[in-house]
Design a protein. Structure first.
Length: 114
C-alpha cells in the first residue's frame, strides 16, 4: 500500500489543532501542547501496529506514554482518550487509502485487459 504517512500525520495534526477544544474530554482552557502529543502518539501507534485493536496495546502504550509525551502534563488515562480518537481516525485514513489503491489497481487491470 502506498500512503504518504508524513503527509497524513501533518494533515491530522492540523485537524486536531483546530478541533481539540471541542472534544468532550478536553477541559476548558486546556493547552494544545498537552493534547497534541497524545494525538500524535495515537497516530504513530496506528501506523506502527496495523490491524491491532487499541485495547490490545493499552498496556504497552500506557507504559511508553511517559517517555513519548514530551512536555505534555497529561497522565495516561486522560491522554488515552485523545490517542484513541487519533488512532481511530488514522486507521480510517489508512483503510480509505488502501481501498482507493485497490480500486485504482482494479481499474488499471481492467483497462489493460481491453
Amino acid at each position: 500500500m502506498t500512503i504518504n504517512y508524513s503527509r497524513a500525520i501533518d494533515l491530522e495534526e492540523a485537524y486536531w489543532r483546530a478541533h481539540y477544544p471541542t472534544r468532550p474530554y478536553v477541559c476548558y482552557g486546556a493547552k494544545l501542547d498537552d493534547y497534541l502529543p497524545a494525538y500524535r502518539y495515537g497516530m504513530d501507534a496506528s501506523i506502527q501496529f496495523p490491524g491491532r485493536a487499541f485495547s490490545d496495546l493499552d498496556g504497552v502504550l500506557s507504559r511508553n506514554w511517559y517517555r513519548a509525551r514530551g512536555r505534555s502534563s497529561l497522565k495516561w488515562e486522560k491522554a488515552k482518550l485523545a490517542a484513541i480518537e487519533s488512532w481511530t481516525r488514522m486507521n480510517e485514513i489508512i483503510a480509505a487509502a488502501a481501498a482507493a489503491e485497490a480500486q485504482a489497481q482494479a481499474q488499471a487491470q481492467a483497462e489493460a485487459e481491453r
